[in-house]
Design a protein around this ligand. Structure first.
Ligand SMILES: [Zn+2]
Length: 383
């Protein structure tokens, strides 16, 4: 008797679940594929298999917006797909991917699987295989289940390329024993976080071809004037100041981009101070670079947005920290050390690397764009 009732309960439960599912109340887990602008290409439901994320092969057409012609030979467990004019041959349960045209064998760290009889690809297929057969860079954000495709922008040395002359000034805030910046409950210090990120950007800059100048290379104290003077002396093309935030509210979190605008509204207490008297004259010099600062701010925002759930805000303020710098200037707050989630992210080396990668990429985009537009102005002037 109770057995029977048990059965009817389970039927009831599954009916309710089905109702919830069909009404979208229970959300299926999905991966979102986005283009370089962050626009959604496809949102695909995934299957978890041994804690790895798998995507049904049939979704590839939607993701790539073209005919991938997946062919699955069930008895042989062999999958053939056509990507970028080339055929890829995969075997379920095997880590190798054959590209017969190129006589090439690529390796996947997780094999494709037939799950419930359907051929599926591990999510790392996109990051491990795709870049070697197509001119595409693939970024995967596992926290947000988001994958981004971008055209490859590797820098190729070119003697006539003006971007080689680019020098970016990265200013890791604070430093030394006296000026530690803000502090997390865990003991993590702002001066260390910003230096870690700056050093990573410097490492990455080599692949892009611009030079990085750090206003401090170690844990030393530098005055604002010292930072400004050294940056102006080397004729930097862009100044990026790195800081972490602090708030009385532990809930306050996230990144923030500040553009130095002498006429901007003063809305935040962070670092920015209104300027009076004789400082007002100096601020005019920064307003000459406002357009470029805004341009870089927007590029940086686009890159950083990939890492976050909410879009990163941009504010325009008169920033005394960026005063008297004769180049476009931006201040980036990397997160709140007073927020536990932000603080643990900023203590994580992988997160620091991700931040640096996004910033380095933004710098690359900015230098490429600016070189192109200066080429165009030259052309116009010649006529
Ligand atoms: Zn700071």
């Amino acid at each position: 008797m109770w057995l029977r009732r048990d059965k009817s309960i389970s039927v009831l439960i599954s009916t309710i679940f089905l109702l919830l599912l069909t009404h979208g109340i229970v959300q299926a887990a999905t991966v979102r594929f986005v283009d370089k602008e962050g626009n959604t290409l496809a949102e695909v439901e995934y299957t978890l298999y041994q804690q790895a994320i798998y995507i049904p092969v049939e979704e590839l057409n939607a993701i790539f917006k073209s005919d991938i012609s997946p062919l699955y030979n069930r008895p042989r467990k062999q999958l053939t797909i056509k990507l970028n004019e080339r055929e890829l041959v995969l075997l379920m349960g095997r880590n190798t991917v054959k590209v017969p045209e190129d006589n090439q064998t690529l390796t996947l760290s997780l094999p494709p699987r037939a799950i419930d009889g359907k051929p599926m690809l591990p999510i790392i297929f996109f990051t491990e295989i795709l870049p070697s057969i197509d001119d595409v860079e693939v970024l995967y954000n596992p926290n947000l289940q988001r994958i981004r495709f971008m055209p490859k922008t590797a820098w190729i040395p070119d003697p006539d390329d003006e971007t080689q002359e680019w020098t970016i000034v990265i200013d890791p805030g604070h430093g030394g024993q006296e000026d530690i910046g803000c502090k997390a409950q865990s003991g993590l210090l702002e001066k260390d976080v910003v230096l870690n990120v700056a050093r990573e950007i410097q490492k990455l800059s080599k692949q892009y071809g611009y030079k990085i100048h750090l206003t401090r290379e170690s844990d030393v104290e530098k005055t604002r004037i010292q930072r400004v003077q050294s940056s102006n002396r080397i004729r930097g093309n862009l100044f990026l100041s790195l800081h972490c935030n602090a708030s009385f509210s532990k809930k306050q979190n996230g990144m923030h981009i500040f553009i130095n605008n002498p006429n901007g509204m003063l809305r935040f207490r962070t670092l920015a101070m209104p300027t009076f008297g004789k400082n007002k004259l100096n601020l005019r010099t920064q307003s000459n670079f406002l357009t470029q600062s805004k341009e870089f701010g927007t590029i940086l925002q686009k890159e950083m947005n990939f890492m976050t759930e909410e879009p990163i805000p941009i504010s325009e303020l008169p920033l005394i920290a960026l005063d008297e710098i004769y180049m476009p200037a931006i201040l980036l707050e990397l997160g709140y050390l007073t927020n536990n989630d932000d603080a643990s992210l900023l203590a994580d080396h992988n997160h620091i690397k991700e931040l640096a990668t996004a910033i380095a990429r933004a710098l690359h985009t900015y230098t490429m764009k600016s070189s192109q537009s200066s080429d165009m102005t030259d052309a116009v002037q010649e006529e």
